[in-house]
Design a protein around this ligand. Structure first.
Ligand code: GLP
Length: 244
């Protein structure tokens, strides 16, 4: 779907998340959400916080799994995705701390493989992700699945693309400070979600959105794998959809 602007599109996405949470509440079930970081979902989180404060939307029945985290990364650091999620969402809602999951940037190298298997198992034990929201990087990455990622990949340690590190350099005060690695859910992990929403705003995403939506399906642009999914919706603003 293409909307007038990011604000209107974000309200639609927040609405779908809120409806999922309420539907699950009626059935006394947990809503299992896959969450993303970056500038793209910020207004979605803002709207969810507003609904919590003004409409009493509760997150007591919500379990979240974030897509990714830099590695290594101290969760207290200003650039961590833990800090991002706390500041933009978790600190302002009534979610239970034990229901929040974000890949751990503090692990020892040799602990990472087990951590990743456990991350997958926890999602599976809950019956899978009900909804995964995604942004898209200019390399075509989803989560931190950079070009070359396999369609059946699981949660794992990856090396970041040079362009991705350049795009992150402003947050870190220089590219040399951006971690070279990250722990990310895989394409396979994302694919198992019951619903997937990929969001993109602004003109600078238009060319990668054209490739993702209309380009040949290939590991060179990992987001093209979403063309194979029946449960994926691209939610765009006019600018991001400009080349379609
Ligand atoms: C990072 C995140 C991705 C996100 C991408 C785009 O690489 N790991 O999940 O989609 O940035 O970021 P932005 O939304 O700021 O354009």
């Amino acid at each position: 779907s293409v909307y007038e602007n990011a604000q209107i599109a974000s309200l639609k996405v927040a609405d779908r998340i809120a409806n999922l949470i309420k539907r699950k509440q009626d059935r006394e079930e947990m809503a299992v959400l896959g969450l993303a970081t970056g500038a793209t979902p910020v207004q979605v989180y803002e709207e969810l916080v507003r609904r919590h404060k003004e409409d009493g939307l509760s997150f007591q029945n919500v379990i979240t799994f974030n897509l990714d985290e830099y590695y290594p990364m101290n969760p207290e650091s200003r650039q961590s995705y833990v800090t991002f999620m706390n500041e933009n969402l978790f600190d302002h809602i009534d979610i239970k701390k034990e229901n929040i999951h974000i890949p751990d940037g503090t692990l020892e190298k040799e602990e990472i493989a087990d951590f990743c298997i456990d991350y997958e198992n926890q999602i599976e034990a809950l019956g899978g992700l009900d909804l995964q929201i995604l942004g898209i990087g200019r390399t075509g990455h989803i989560g931190f699945n950079e070009p070359g990622s396999a369609p059946n990949s699981g949660t794992r340690l990856v090396t970041l693309d040079d362009l991705t590190r350049r795009d992150a350099s402003r947050d870190f005060g220089g590219k040399e400070n951006v971690p070279t690695k990250a722990i990310t859910m895989g394409i396979g992990t994302i694919f198992k979600a019951k619903e997937i929403i990929l969001m993109a705003w602004n003109r600078k995403k238009a060319s990668i959105i054209k490739k993702a939506v209309e380009g040949e399906i290939s590991g060179e642009v990992p987001a093209t794998y979403l063309q194979l999914s029946d449960n994926t919706e691209f939610v765009l603003d006019h600018d991001a959809a400009a080349e379609l």
